[in-house]
Design a protein around this ligand. Structure first.
Ligand code: GDP
Ligand code: MG
Length: 183
């Protein structure tokens, strides 16, 4: 048996969503900014426990407002979500919150979510711009995990996907058990 999940990555433009996917799936990084147009899609099989595999179908969206018409089909069927903001740009944190409320208004179900503060490699250079305690408090209230990553160095990228996968597996297990009880 192989479990297969639709995962979405959302957040404002240029926070590094596409770069996180390229790091995770291809172990590559490019400093050139290539705008994601519409919706893109990558697949990766992850060994979430020794000899246990889950296939992730990861959907990446263009963050621009003009792609808003795509949002409903993008969210449909998602079983887990990564919500990204940019640790070097303060306003991306509040934009990310807007993405989370939009997600809640479209999805009836509460899916596992990980909030990602990306570009942690820039912190030694530019300092701590966003209050980490505030982000952690927010994540806790929303029932999300918070992880700081760098698509550039690869720091915590795999861990973020792994944590999300563990939460999706747990949720899937609960759904299966609940259905058994009904039989
Ligand atoms: P998206 O619009 O959210 O998909 O963002 P992209 O993945 O296209 O990245 C936007 C820009 O930020 C690009 O120039 C990337 O090279 C850069 N970038 C992405 N992740 C990182 C990171 O972890 N550190 C640094 N320093 N730059 C990054
Ligand atoms: Mg992109």
């Amino acid at each position: 048996m192989e479990l297969s999940f639709k995962v979405i990555i959302v957040g404002p433009a240029a926070v590094g969503k596409t770069s996180l996917l390229n790091r995770f799936v291809h172990n590559e990084f490019d400093l050139k900014y290539k705008l994601t147009i519409g919706v893109d899609f990558l697949t990766k099989t992850l060994e979430y426990e020794p000899s246990k595999f889950a296939k992730l179908h990861i959907w990446d969206i263009g963050g621009q407002e003009r792609f808003k018409f795509l949002h409903r089909s993008f969210y449909e069927g998602a079983f887990g979500a990564l919500l990204g903001f940019d640790l070097s740009r303060q306003h991306t944190f509040s934009s990310m919150k807007t993405w989370l409320s939009e997600m809640r208004s479209i999805l009836n179900d509460d899916i596992p979510k990980v909030i990602i503060g990306n570009k942690s490699d820039l912190i030694p250079e530019i300092g701590q711009i966003i209050d980490r305690n505030e982000v952690e408090e927010y994540a806790k209230n929303e029932g999300c995990l918070y992880i700081e990553t760098s698509a550039k160095t690869g720091e915590n990228v795999e861990i973020a996907f792994l944590e999300l996968t563990h939460r999706m597996i747990k949720k899937m297990g609960n759904i299966i058990n609940n259905n058994k009880e009904r039989l």
